[in-house]
Design a binder for this molecule. Sequence first.
Ligand SMILES: Nc1ncnc2c1ncn2[C@@H]1O[C@H](COP(=O)(O)OP(=O)(O)OP(=O)(O)O)[C@@H](O)[C@H]1O
Length: 703
Amino acid sequence: MPSLAISGAVMSESPKDKKEKKKLKNQAAMETLGSESAKSKKESKLKKENKKRKALEIDDDEERSETSSELGEPVNAKAKSVEAESKKKKKKAKAEEEEEDVDGGEEKSEEHPNAISKFRISAPLKAKLKEKGIESLFPIQAMTLDTILDGSDLVGRARTGQGKTLAFVLPILESLTNGPAKASRKTGYGRSPSVLVLLPTRELATQVFAEFEVYGAALGLTSCCLYGGSPYHSQEAKLKRGVDIIVGTPGRVKDHIERNNLDLTSLKFRVLDEADEMLRMGFVEDVELILGQVEDLSKVQTLLFSATLPNWVKDIATRFLKQNKKTVDLVGNEKMKASTNVRHIVIPCSSTARAQLIPDIIRCYSSGGCTIIFTETKDSASGLAGLLPGARALHGDIQQAQREVTLKGFRSGKFTTLVATNVAARGLDINDCQLIIQCEPPRDVEAYIHRSGRTGRAGNTGVAVMLFDPRKSNISRIERESGVKFEHLSAPQPADVAKAAGVEAVETINQISDSVIPAFMTAAEELLSTSGLSAVELLAKALAKAAGYSEIKSRSLLTSMENYVTVLLEAGRPIYTPSYAYGVLRRFLPEEKAESVKGLTLTADGRGAVFDVALEDLDTFLTGQENAADVSLEVLKALPSLQERDQSRGRFGSGGRGGFGDRNGGGGRFSFGRGGRSGDRRNDRFSGRPNSSRGRSNTSKKW
Ligand SMILES: Nc1ncnc2c1ncn2[C@@H]1O[C@H](COP(=O)(O)OP(=O)(O)OP(=O)(O)O)[C@@H](O)[C@H]1O
């Protein structure tokens, strides 16, 4: 089973790597000494380990049996047969281990099962991998390398951040220089490319291109990146000289074909990276045109990789990949589809409270690393970036040159908060990205998986926080479809955040030179004698100032708005509708006070309603309830389970009086929600299925 391999490789971290390095050193020393016995011992050990490694890889026979069926199904059938097979293999591996223990097994436990020394990777590439700190292959890489090198078409799926890029980069480079594609690939000045990699976004294209540049250079191969928004001239010049590998977005690649700059007739490899996204964006026709350029389909290998392969992608795989394609699916039918290295948190928050809340979330969850915030629209990305100190926006309306500057600045740590649309959701690999914040639930589960997967990469951990408005969002669908078990938390309370800030402020004070003391001594003494506060209290105030606090506000649990508190209303009988709850409030409050509550939502048990009350009105509410029979109001410390949007609709319909619309006409309460009341342009690309009728000019504007 795939999971066998996952556990082996993903866990490979520093202590083990140190051991591996030591082991490799030992091996090198043995070879230098020319010790025949050591050499033969090593060879026989390598043979055995190769066998074991093979046991972790896909089985050719099993794959053959699945090739004619559709993409989604083989995984099930395969899972069973692989499970039986893997039991056999486990037994066999155990026997081998015991055998090795007899003849010096102490070495065995130190070497990683997927150490790069064990793979068909040539010396220069191995050296480059080591230079980049890569000593062993990740499971998706280990399980696909031989298959690709041996010439098969392949569909590869692994969770975000598990190294899918190198899973195609390495075997392609090897095949072109030492493998089957070597003999027939074009060489020399003006050569047409051997490899085409298509991806959905410019940022991702640049990133994958960089990998080909680094590893391709080690083997003397050249690459070119083709994406829109950048001048044609330099791309044309490069193509004219001849390159081996093209990485690009469909629109610009198509443009170059139409301008006769690009000849794709003799490709050896075609890669569709994040194919589902590319097709969802409406690039189907472009992709078809591009893939259709190859003259002899039997001579080209097609590879398709993504962390998500929605069912409809199987049609695409059937159309573009050979019938006998192989499938390596490390997610398969496992419940959890999102990254397992990420803590998935949801916090209720109204759109109006986001800008106040997000800095505190960053303070509490970013561990000092960088944060990507996802918004649904370009306007809200720009708007939010403007409100958050030191943040920058990234979306499709920003000039390409500026997009590149922004991403470079973010990667290099010049600023630590990026506010982006889905343009940054796929594939981007940003070092030290600790926290993802989604301002509202995305429309589909794939977007959730990819966005949250911008953290917790390559075996690291991270946190993904999703804000949601319980009255408008349905997070249980995302939870169900992604297999994520959300941690339901309330917004960090300002007092808690301030405590954390106090610790930082102590550091700041400690760093101040003692030389300042004499100058401030007199003022300090005078303050102490006149303020009526103790020295510790005054010091606390000084720390607050150093941390940027002049007061501590309260924050509601429900909408996360400052200076509001969340209250539970019960009326001695079930509360079935919001209008009934408003009716109860009007029994003991003036009309305008009853109408002033924010975010009124029914509890999941149907016994009450929760809402936010302005701190200044709280007394009026609490005193008022005493005059109403059977009514109780309780200021909440934790939020109870609430009814979600669909639940309420299903039960009560959506159009009734006092429904979940904004009773105040959109002002102040959730006024930026899904209905687009704010006039904010919403990205319209998630139509759920690829829309071939949408033109490129249309789609290129979406983010
Ligand atoms: N064998 C390896 N050992 C250590 N690090 C690796 C290895 N392979 C890849 N990485 C690193 O893991 C990170 C994630 O890799 P990559 O971007 O290819 O993931 P991915 O599976 O394509 O993710 P996504 O689905 O989000 O696009 C990168 O920083 C990459 O350099």
